[in-house]
Every structure is written in structure tokens, then in C-alpha cells.
Design a protein around this ligand. Structure first.
Ligand SMILES: [Zn+2]
Length: 101
């Protein structure tokens, strides 16, 4: 998963570059399209970057033999939750509490 996200980020790096506004070949509408598209790619890359951080933390915890324990309360994160989202660092209760804050 770590590699997959990293490769996706690498392959979208160029598309996320700011649009050159003075490109004469681009008309006004296609320039707006290009900017909008670039913003979407950027937002997507941001989300993936955050996920990559989570995956890396999970991998580190795996090495430290703490994988599957909630980083907040120390209880089991739960198999079903880890199966759905292997990068989960918190049990469902602590995750909900974090999202509320
Ligand atoms: Zn917890």
C-alpha cells in the first residue's frame, strides 16, 4: 500500500504543477478548466499524502510490535476495522472522538 500510494503521488506530481497562466495556446475557458483540474489533482494528492503518513505510521508500529493497538487507549483496534483500513491507528471510539475535536 505504501508503494502504491507513493507511485500514484509520483505519477501525478507533474499534473499538479501550477498552470502556466501566460500560455498563449490556452484560451480563457480551457485555462479555467486547467486550473480547476489542477486544483482537484492537488486536493487528491493532499489526501493521499495524509494517507501515506498513516500507512507509514502503521508500518512502523508493525515493526515495533504495536500494530493493532490503539495509539490512544491501547485497546485492540479490531480485526474488522484493520481489514477494511489496515492503516488505522486508533480504535473506532478514539477515532470518533478525534474527528469530533
Ligand atoms: Zn482507542
Amino acid at each position: 500500500m505504501e508503494r502504491e500510494i507513493r507511485e500514484t503521488l509520483e505519477s501525478s506530481a507533474e499534473a499538479a504543477q501550477p498552470v502556466e497562466l501566460d500560455q498563449p495556446a490556452l484560451g480563457r475557458v480551457s485555462r479555467m478548466d486547467a486550473i480547476q483540474q489542477q486544483k482537484m489533482i492537488e486536493a487528491n494528492r493532499h489526501a493521499q499524502g495524509a494517507r501515506l503518513q498513516l500507512v507509514r505510521s502503521a508500518l512502523r508500529r508493525f515493526e515495533e510490535d504495536e500494530y493493532g493497538d490503539c495509539m490512544n487507549c491501547g485497546e485492540c483496534v479490531g480485526f474488522a476495522r484493520l481489514k477494511a483500513r489496515p492503516e488505522s491507528l486508533f480504535c473506532i471510539e478514539c477515532q470518533k472522538a478525534r474527528e469530533r475535536n
